[in-house]
Design a protein around this ligand. Sequence first.
Ligand code: ZN
Length: 242
Amino acid sequence: MTQFSNPATEGGALVLFSGGQDSTTCLAWALKRFATVETIGFSYGQRHAVEMDCRAPIRTALASTALGPDHIVDLTTAISGLGQTAMTADIAIEMGESGLPNTFVPGRNLLFLTCAAAIAYRRGLKRIVTGVCETDYSGYPDCRDDTIKAMQLALNLGMERRFVLETPLMWLDKAATWAMAADLGGTALVDIIRERTHSCYLGDRTHRHPWGYGCGTCPACQLRAQGWSRWTAASGFTEIIR
Ligand code: ZN
C-alpha cells in the first residue's frame, strides 16, 4: 500500500539549517509537514560565523515537538584548504570575471548535501530540505534546480537510498519567502526571522534594520532588505504590527 501513503508525512526530514532567513523558513516549513525533523549546520570558516550562534536560539524559539537532534559538521579545514573566497577570507566582495560574485565557494553546497545525506542515511531520514533558490539569488550554480535534481540522483545511486531533496524556496523570490514565513507562522515567525536569523556576509549584528541585523550593503543584506520592502509594501505588514 506504499503508493497510497501520504508522501508529505512519509519519513523524517533533515534540514540544512544555517541560521539564516531562508533555512529558518525551510525549518518552519518542514516542522509543519514531517513528524520528525532534525537539523544540520556547517562550520566552514565563514566570515559570518555568527550565524552558527543564531541556530540554537532559533530552534528553541520555534518550540516544536517534531524537532529532533541538531548535527554540526566542521568543514573548516576542508573548505579553507580548497582556496580563499570572499565568503571565508577578509577580502572585498566583488563580481568575478565569470559573472559570479567572489563569495561563491566552489563545491560548497554539493559538499553540504553529501554530508547531509550521510547523516540522513545514518539517522534513517528520507527527506533532505535545503533553502536554495534560483529565482532571486546571487547566481551560484549550485543553487539551481538542475543541480539539486542531479545531486538527488547521484546521492541515491551512491548510497542506495531513496532520498528526496526538498527545495521549498526554489521558485520564490525574497518577498515570497517573507510571505511564506507569515503563512507558516504568522507574525510570531516573522519576528523570529527578523530578530534571530542572520544573513549578512560580513557578520554584522550591530546595525538593526526593519528586516533584521546586518551591514545593509553586502549582497545578502541587499537581497533580504529588498525582499522585505517588496513584501511589506504588498502585504501592509508593518501597518498591522508596528
Ligand atoms: Zn551585510
